[in-house]
Design a protein around this ligand. Sequence first.
Ligand SMILES: *Cc1c(COP(=O)(O)O)cnc(C)c1O
Length: 392
Amino acid sequence: MTRYFDYAATTPTDPRVVEEMLPYYTEHFGNPNSLYTIGRDAYKALENARERIAEPLGAKPEEIIFTSGGTESDNAALVSTLWRLAPEGGAHIITSAYEHHAILEVVEWLGKHGHEISIVKPRKDGHVAADDIEAAMRPNTKVVSVIMANNEIGSINDIATIAQIAHEGGALMHTDAVQALGKIEIDVEALGIDMLSMSAHKIYGPRGIGALYLRRGTRFDPLIKGGGQESRRRSGTQNVVGAVGFAKALEIIVAEMDSEAARLSALRDFLIDEVTSRLENTLATVESDPRLPNIVPLLVKGVEGEAMLLQLDNLGFSVSTGSACSSGSLEASHVLLSIGVPQEIAHGSLRLSMGRWTTKEDCVELVDALIPIVERLREMSPVYKRMFCGEG
Ligand SMILES: *Cc1c(COP(=O)(O)O)cnc(C)c1O
Protein backbone atom coordinates (compact mmCIF):
# COMPACT_ATOMS: atom_id res chain seq x y z
CA MET A 1 0.00 0.00 0.00
CA THR A 2 3.00 2.29 0.08
CA ARG A 3 3.55 4.92 -2.59
CA TYR A 4 -0.16 5.40 -3.25
CA PHE A 5 -0.89 9.13 -3.35
CA ASP A 6 -4.37 9.11 -4.88
CA TYR A 7 -6.73 8.43 -1.96
CA ALA A 8 -9.09 11.13 -3.26
CA ALA A 9 -9.72 8.98 -6.35
CA THR A 10 -10.44 5.81 -4.42
CA THR A 11 -9.20 3.95 -1.35
CA PRO A 12 -8.32 0.33 -0.66
CA THR A 13 -11.05 -1.42 1.32
CA ASP A 14 -9.97 -1.74 4.95
CA PRO A 15 -9.48 -5.42 5.92
CA ARG A 16 -11.76 -4.82 8.96
CA VAL A 17 -14.48 -3.79 6.50
CA VAL A 18 -13.93 -6.81 4.26
CA GLU A 19 -14.15 -9.11 7.27
CA GLU A 20 -17.52 -7.70 8.29
CA MET A 21 -18.81 -7.98 4.71
CA LEU A 22 -17.83 -11.57 3.92
CA PRO A 23 -20.71 -13.44 5.66
CA TYR A 24 -23.20 -11.34 3.68
CA TYR A 25 -21.90 -12.75 0.40
CA THR A 26 -22.36 -16.36 1.46
CA GLU A 27 -24.23 -17.15 4.66
CA HIS A 28 -26.58 -14.16 4.94
CA PHE A 29 -27.28 -13.77 1.23
CA GLY A 30 -31.05 -13.34 1.50
CA ASN A 31 -33.07 -10.68 -0.27
CA PRO A 32 -33.91 -8.11 2.41
CA ASN A 33 -37.42 -7.79 0.98
CA SER A 34 -38.24 -11.51 1.45
CA LEU A 35 -40.33 -12.55 4.42
CA TYR A 36 -38.60 -15.81 5.40
CA THR A 37 -35.85 -15.97 7.99
CA ILE A 38 -32.75 -15.37 5.86
CA GLY A 39 -34.53 -12.48 4.13
CA ARG A 40 -35.44 -10.96 7.48
CA ASP A 41 -31.83 -11.38 8.67
CA ALA A 42 -30.60 -9.49 5.62
CA TYR A 43 -33.24 -6.82 6.28
CA LYS A 44 -32.01 -6.45 9.85
CA ALA A 45 -28.41 -6.04 8.65
CA LEU A 46 -29.51 -3.43 6.10
CA GLU A 47 -31.47 -1.43 8.67
CA ASN A 48 -28.63 -1.73 11.16
CA ALA A 49 -26.25 -0.32 8.54
CA ARG A 50 -28.69 2.55 7.89
CA GLU A 51 -28.71 3.41 11.62
CA ARG A 52 -24.92 3.30 11.81
CA ILE A 53 -24.66 5.70 8.85
CA ALA A 54 -27.36 8.10 10.11
CA GLU A 55 -26.01 8.33 13.66
CA PRO A 56 -22.69 10.19 13.13
CA LEU A 57 -24.45 12.65 10.78
CA GLY A 58 -27.14 13.50 13.30
CA ALA A 59 -29.72 12.14 10.84
CA LYS A 60 -32.64 9.77 11.30
CA PRO A 61 -32.25 6.31 9.73
CA GLU A 62 -35.27 6.86 7.46
CA GLU A 63 -33.49 9.89 5.99
CA ILE A 64 -30.71 7.69 4.54
CA ILE A 65 -31.30 6.30 1.03
CA PHE A 66 -28.79 3.76 -0.23
CA THR A 67 -27.57 4.42 -3.78
CA SER A 68 -24.83 3.08 -6.06
CA GLY A 69 -22.42 5.84 -5.04
CA GLY A 70 -21.64 9.54 -5.04
CA THR A 71 -22.54 10.07 -8.69
CA GLU A 72 -26.02 8.61 -8.32
CA SER A 73 -26.60 10.54 -5.08
CA ASP A 74 -25.66 13.80 -6.80
CA ASN A 75 -27.91 13.06 -9.79
CA ALA A 76 -30.85 12.04 -7.60
CA ALA A 77 -30.53 15.05 -5.30
CA LEU A 78 -30.93 17.52 -8.14
CA VAL A 79 -33.18 15.73 -10.61
CA SER A 80 -35.56 14.09 -8.12
CA THR A 81 -36.30 17.25 -6.17
CA LEU A 82 -36.58 19.56 -9.20
CA TRP A 83 -38.93 17.15 -10.91
CA ARG A 84 -41.32 17.52 -7.98
CA LEU A 85 -40.78 21.25 -7.40
CA ALA A 86 -40.94 22.35 -11.04
CA PRO A 87 -42.00 19.54 -13.42
CA GLU A 88 -42.71 22.12 -16.15
CA GLY A 89 -39.29 23.77 -15.82
CA GLY A 90 -38.74 27.39 -14.87
CA ALA A 91 -36.86 26.77 -11.63
CA HIS A 92 -33.48 28.33 -10.89
CA ILE A 93 -30.52 26.28 -9.63
CA ILE A 94 -27.30 27.63 -8.15
CA THR A 95 -24.07 25.67 -7.99
CA SER A 96 -20.35 26.43 -7.98
CA ALA A 97 -17.91 26.24 -10.87
CA TYR A 98 -15.64 23.70 -9.14
CA GLU A 99 -18.16 20.95 -8.40
CA HIS A 100 -17.50 17.34 -9.33
CA HIS A 101 -18.72 16.50 -12.85
CA ALA A 102 -21.54 14.49 -11.24
CA ILE A 103 -23.07 17.87 -10.29
CA LEU A 104 -21.87 20.10 -13.14
CA GLU A 105 -23.10 17.79 -15.91
CA VAL A 106 -26.51 17.43 -14.26
CA VAL A 107 -26.89 21.18 -13.73
CA GLU A 108 -25.96 21.82 -17.36
CA TRP A 109 -28.48 19.19 -18.48
CA LEU A 110 -31.20 20.79 -16.34
CA GLY A 111 -30.29 24.10 -17.94
CA LYS A 112 -30.95 22.59 -21.37
CA HIS A 113 -34.29 21.26 -20.15
CA GLY A 114 -36.17 24.34 -19.12
CA HIS A 115 -34.45 25.50 -15.93
CA GLU A 116 -32.29 28.55 -15.25
CA ILE A 117 -28.82 27.94 -13.88
CA SER A 118 -26.21 30.07 -12.14
CA ILE A 119 -22.66 28.77 -11.78
CA VAL A 120 -20.86 30.77 -9.10
CA LYS A 121 -17.07 31.02 -9.23
CA PRO A 122 -15.18 30.25 -6.05
CA ARG A 123 -12.77 32.94 -4.84
CA LYS A 124 -9.01 32.76 -5.44
CA ASP A 125 -8.49 31.40 -1.92
CA GLY A 126 -10.37 28.26 -2.97
CA HIS A 127 -13.64 28.90 -1.11
CA VAL A 128 -17.15 29.63 -2.36
CA ALA A 129 -18.16 32.94 -0.77
CA ALA A 130 -21.59 32.97 0.87
CA ASP A 131 -22.01 36.56 -0.40
CA ASP A 132 -21.62 35.34 -3.98
CA ILE A 133 -24.36 32.73 -3.44
CA GLU A 134 -26.59 35.40 -1.92
CA ALA A 135 -26.03 37.66 -4.93
CA ALA A 136 -27.03 34.82 -7.27
CA MET A 137 -30.33 34.05 -5.51
CA ARG A 138 -33.52 34.75 -7.49
CA PRO A 139 -37.20 34.53 -6.50
CA ASN A 140 -37.46 31.16 -8.31
CA THR A 141 -34.28 29.58 -6.87
CA LYS A 142 -35.26 26.05 -5.81
CA VAL A 143 -31.98 24.28 -5.13
CA VAL A 144 -28.50 25.43 -4.10
CA SER A 145 -25.76 22.80 -4.43
CA VAL A 146 -22.25 23.54 -3.16
CA ILE A 147 -19.52 20.98 -2.56
CA MET A 148 -18.53 20.59 1.11
CA ALA A 149 -14.83 19.88 0.46
CA ASN A 150 -13.30 20.09 -2.99
CA ASN A 151 -11.70 16.91 -4.31
CA GLU A 152 -8.84 18.60 -6.16
CA ILE A 153 -7.73 21.42 -3.87
CA GLY A 154 -9.26 20.32 -0.53
CA SER A 155 -10.95 23.63 0.34
CA ILE A 156 -13.81 23.27 2.84
CA ASN A 157 -16.83 25.53 2.33
CA ASP A 158 -19.02 27.31 4.87
CA ILE A 159 -22.09 25.17 4.20
CA ALA A 160 -23.98 26.41 7.29
CA THR A 161 -24.03 30.02 6.06
CA ILE A 162 -24.78 29.04 2.47
CA ALA A 163 -27.65 26.80 3.66
CA GLN A 164 -29.09 29.68 5.66
CA ILE A 165 -29.06 31.89 2.55
CA ALA A 166 -30.69 29.12 0.50
CA HIS A 167 -33.43 28.64 3.09
CA GLU A 168 -34.11 32.37 3.45
CA GLY A 169 -34.74 32.39 -0.30
CA GLY A 170 -37.01 29.33 -0.11
CA ALA A 171 -34.51 26.93 -1.73
CA LEU A 172 -33.27 23.49 -0.71
CA MET A 173 -29.61 23.00 0.23
CA HIS A 174 -27.66 20.11 -1.26
CA THR A 175 -24.00 19.39 -0.65
CA ASP A 176 -21.64 16.84 -2.18
CA ALA A 177 -19.85 15.58 0.94
CA VAL A 178 -18.03 12.68 -0.72
CA GLN A 179 -14.57 14.05 0.19
CA ALA A 180 -15.63 15.59 3.50
CA LEU A 181 -17.23 12.48 4.98
CA GLY A 182 -15.10 11.07 7.79
CA LYS A 183 -12.54 13.88 7.45
CA ILE A 184 -14.48 16.65 9.19
CA GLU A 185 -17.41 16.79 11.61
CA ILE A 186 -20.75 16.77 9.74
CA ASP A 187 -24.04 17.41 11.53
CA VAL A 188 -26.90 17.81 9.08
CA GLU A 189 -29.03 19.63 11.66
CA ALA A 190 -26.37 22.10 12.73
CA LEU A 191 -25.39 22.78 9.11
CA GLY A 192 -29.00 23.03 7.88
CA ILE A 193 -28.51 20.58 5.05
CA ASP A 194 -31.52 19.11 3.17
CA MET A 195 -29.57 16.68 0.98
CA LEU A 196 -26.06 15.28 1.26
CA SER A 197 -24.19 12.89 -1.06
CA MET A 198 -21.84 10.17 0.21
CA SER A 199 -19.75 7.38 -1.29
CA ALA A 200 -18.24 4.36 0.49
CA HIS A 201 -15.17 3.81 -1.69
CA LYS A 202 -13.67 7.16 -0.72
CA ILE A 203 -13.64 6.13 2.96
CA TYR A 204 -12.10 2.62 2.80
CA GLY A 205 -15.44 0.96 2.05
CA PRO A 206 -16.43 -0.99 -1.09
CA ARG A 207 -17.11 0.55 -4.50
CA GLY A 208 -20.62 0.72 -5.90
CA ILE A 209 -22.41 1.80 -2.72
CA GLY A 210 -23.20 5.25 -1.44
CA ALA A 211 -26.05 7.11 0.14
CA LEU A 212 -28.11 10.24 -0.09
CA TYR A 213 -29.24 11.94 3.09
CA LEU A 214 -32.69 13.35 2.33
CA ARG A 215 -34.32 15.49 5.01
CA ARG A 216 -37.67 14.13 6.11
CA GLY A 217 -40.55 15.68 4.22
CA THR A 218 -38.47 16.71 1.19
CA ARG A 219 -40.52 16.03 -1.94
CA PHE A 220 -38.66 13.60 -4.17
CA ASP A 221 -39.50 11.76 -7.38
CA PRO A 222 -37.24 8.68 -7.57
CA LEU A 223 -34.62 8.64 -10.30
CA ILE A 224 -34.74 4.82 -10.37
CA LYS A 225 -38.26 3.46 -10.43
CA GLY A 226 -39.33 -0.14 -9.98
CA GLY A 227 -40.08 -2.35 -6.98
CA GLY A 228 -40.32 0.53 -4.53
CA GLN A 229 -37.40 -0.35 -2.27
CA GLU A 230 -35.83 2.29 0.03
CA SER A 231 -39.32 3.57 0.96
CA ARG A 232 -40.12 4.11 -2.72
CA ARG A 233 -37.18 6.47 -3.16
CA ARG A 234 -34.70 4.13 -4.90
CA SER A 235 -35.81 0.88 -6.47
CA GLY A 236 -33.72 -2.23 -6.96
CA THR A 237 -32.78 -5.05 -4.57
CA GLN A 238 -30.56 -3.42 -1.98
CA ASN A 239 -26.81 -4.01 -1.87
CA VAL A 240 -26.83 -5.43 1.68
CA VAL A 241 -23.20 -6.49 1.67
CA GLY A 242 -22.21 -3.03 0.42
CA ALA A 243 -24.34 -1.30 3.05
CA VAL A 244 -22.75 -3.38 5.81
CA GLY A 245 -19.27 -2.48 4.52
CA PHE A 246 -20.18 1.19 4.18
CA ALA A 247 -21.44 1.30 7.79
CA LYS A 248 -18.29 -0.37 9.11
CA ALA A 249 -16.05 1.93 7.05
CA LEU A 250 -17.83 5.03 8.38
CA GLU A 251 -17.58 3.78 11.96
CA ILE A 252 -13.81 3.32 11.64
CA ILE A 253 -13.07 6.61 9.89
CA VAL A 254 -15.15 8.61 12.37
CA ALA A 255 -13.42 6.93 15.34
CA GLU A 256 -9.99 7.72 13.87
CA MET A 257 -10.89 11.17 12.51
CA ASP A 258 -9.10 13.44 14.99
CA SER A 259 -5.85 11.50 15.16
CA GLU A 260 -5.73 11.09 11.37
CA ALA A 261 -6.41 14.80 10.82
CA ALA A 262 -3.44 15.71 13.00
CA ARG A 263 -1.15 13.11 11.42
CA LEU A 264 -2.08 13.86 7.81
CA SER A 265 -2.08 17.65 8.06
CA ALA A 266 1.50 17.43 9.38
CA LEU A 267 2.43 15.30 6.35
CA ARG A 268 0.62 17.74 4.05
CA ASP A 269 2.58 20.69 5.42
CA PHE A 270 5.81 18.69 5.20
CA LEU A 271 5.19 17.90 1.51
CA ILE A 272 4.34 21.51 0.66
CA ASP A 273 7.43 22.79 2.49
CA GLU A 274 9.77 20.25 0.92
CA VAL A 275 8.57 20.68 -2.65
CA THR A 276 8.34 24.48 -2.61
CA SER A 277 11.67 24.99 -0.84
CA ARG A 278 13.67 22.48 -2.87
CA LEU A 279 12.18 23.25 -6.30
CA GLU A 280 12.02 26.81 -7.60
CA ASN A 281 8.85 28.01 -9.35
CA THR A 282 6.55 25.70 -7.43
CA LEU A 283 3.74 26.58 -5.04
CA ALA A 284 0.79 25.15 -3.15
CA THR A 285 -2.33 25.82 -5.23
CA VAL A 286 -4.24 27.01 -2.15
CA GLU A 287 -3.17 27.17 1.48
CA SER A 288 -6.18 28.91 2.90
CA ASP A 289 -8.01 27.21 5.78
CA PRO A 290 -10.33 25.49 6.34
CA ARG A 291 -9.07 22.72 4.08
CA LEU A 292 -8.81 18.93 4.17
CA PRO A 293 -5.78 17.47 5.95
CA ASN A 294 -5.08 14.85 3.29
CA ILE A 295 -4.99 16.77 -0.01
CA VAL A 296 -1.78 18.42 -1.25
CA PRO A 297 -2.47 20.51 -4.37
CA LEU A 298 0.73 21.70 -6.05
CA LEU A 299 1.60 23.74 -9.11
CA VAL A 300 4.92 23.06 -10.80
CA LYS A 301 5.53 25.77 -13.38
CA GLY A 302 6.77 24.92 -16.85
CA VAL A 303 6.09 21.16 -16.58
CA GLU A 304 3.13 19.09 -17.78
CA GLY A 305 1.29 17.34 -14.94
CA GLU A 306 0.86 14.27 -17.10
CA ALA A 307 4.61 13.97 -17.69
CA MET A 308 5.26 14.04 -13.94
CA LEU A 309 2.47 11.51 -13.35
CA LEU A 310 3.86 9.01 -15.87
CA GLN A 311 7.44 9.32 -14.68
CA LEU A 312 6.42 8.96 -11.03
CA ASP A 313 4.38 5.91 -12.03
CA ASN A 314 7.53 4.38 -13.54
CA LEU A 315 9.05 4.59 -10.07
CA GLY A 316 5.94 3.08 -8.44
CA PHE A 317 4.20 6.25 -7.20
CA SER A 318 0.50 6.77 -8.00
CA VAL A 319 -0.40 10.47 -8.15
CA SER A 320 -3.02 12.57 -9.89
CA THR A 321 -2.88 15.70 -11.99
CA GLY A 322 -5.57 18.29 -12.53
CA SER A 323 -5.20 18.16 -16.27
CA ALA A 324 -6.91 15.38 -18.16
CA CYS A 325 -5.76 14.24 -21.56
CA SER A 326 -8.78 14.20 -23.85
CA SER A 327 -8.55 13.33 -27.55
CA GLY A 328 -4.89 14.24 -27.75
CA SER A 329 -5.32 17.78 -26.44
CA LEU A 330 -4.42 18.59 -22.87
CA GLU A 331 -7.29 20.29 -21.11
CA ALA A 332 -6.58 22.22 -17.91
CA SER A 333 -8.65 21.33 -14.85
CA HIS A 334 -11.94 23.21 -14.51
CA VAL A 335 -11.29 23.42 -10.76
CA LEU A 336 -7.98 25.24 -11.16
CA LEU A 337 -9.30 27.56 -13.87
CA SER A 338 -12.31 28.40 -11.67
CA ILE A 339 -10.06 29.79 -8.91
CA GLY A 340 -8.10 31.87 -11.39
CA VAL A 341 -5.00 29.72 -11.98
CA PRO A 342 -3.74 30.72 -15.46
CA GLN A 343 -4.13 28.02 -18.11
CA GLU A 344 -0.36 27.50 -18.67
CA ILE A 345 0.31 27.08 -14.94
CA ALA A 346 -2.73 24.84 -14.43
CA HIS A 347 -1.08 22.36 -16.78
CA GLY A 348 1.63 21.79 -14.19
CA SER A 349 -0.82 20.62 -11.55
CA LEU A 350 0.01 17.74 -9.25
CA ARG A 351 -2.54 16.50 -6.70
CA LEU A 352 -1.18 14.30 -3.97
CA SER A 353 -3.86 12.82 -1.72
CA MET A 354 -2.97 10.81 1.34
CA GLY A 355 -4.76 8.39 3.59
CA ARG A 356 -4.71 5.66 6.20
CA TRP A 357 -1.54 3.92 5.02
CA THR A 358 0.53 6.95 3.99
CA THR A 359 3.72 7.25 6.06
CA LYS A 360 6.32 9.98 6.49
CA GLU A 361 8.78 7.70 4.71
CA ASP A 362 6.48 7.53 1.66
CA CYS A 363 6.43 11.33 1.57
CA VAL A 364 10.21 11.61 1.84
CA GLU A 365 10.64 9.08 -0.98
CA LEU A 366 8.09 10.86 -3.14
CA VAL A 367 9.84 14.23 -2.86
CA ASP A 368 13.22 12.62 -3.55
CA ALA A 369 11.77 11.04 -6.69
CA LEU A 370 9.92 14.15 -7.84
CA ILE A 371 12.78 16.63 -7.72
CA PRO A 372 15.06 15.06 -10.36
CA ILE A 373 12.01 14.32 -12.54
CA VAL A 374 11.00 17.99 -12.57
CA GLU A 375 14.58 19.16 -13.13
CA ARG A 376 14.96 16.83 -16.11
CA LEU A 377 11.60 17.81 -17.62
CA ARG A 378 12.42 21.49 -17.24
CA GLU A 379 15.77 21.02 -18.92
CA MET A 380 14.02 19.56 -21.96
CA SER A 381 11.28 22.20 -21.97
CA PRO A 382 11.64 25.23 -24.25
CA VAL A 383 8.49 26.63 -22.59
CA TYR A 384 10.11 26.59 -19.17
CA LYS A 385 13.25 28.22 -20.47
CA ARG A 386 11.23 30.95 -22.15
CA MET A 387 9.10 31.51 -19.03
CA PHE A 388 11.79 31.55 -16.36
CA CYS A 389 15.27 31.72 -17.85
CA GLY A 390 14.88 34.73 -20.09
CA GLU A 391 15.65 32.74 -23.25
CA GLY A 392 14.17 32.89 -26.72
C1 LIG B 1 -15.55 10.49 -6.16
C2 LIG B 1 -16.47 11.65 -6.07
C3 LIG B 1 -17.79 11.57 -6.55
C4 LIG B 1 -18.30 10.34 -7.25
O1 LIG B 1 -18.51 9.27 -6.37
P1 LIG B 1 -18.66 7.78 -6.95
O2 LIG B 1 -19.04 6.98 -5.75
O3 LIG B 1 -17.32 7.42 -7.51
O4 LIG B 1 -19.73 7.83 -7.97
C5 LIG B 1 -18.59 12.67 -6.42
N1 LIG B 1 -18.16 13.79 -5.84
C6 LIG B 1 -16.91 13.92 -5.36
C7 LIG B 1 -16.49 15.19 -4.70
C8 LIG B 1 -16.02 12.86 -5.46
O5 LIG B 1 -14.77 12.99 -5.01
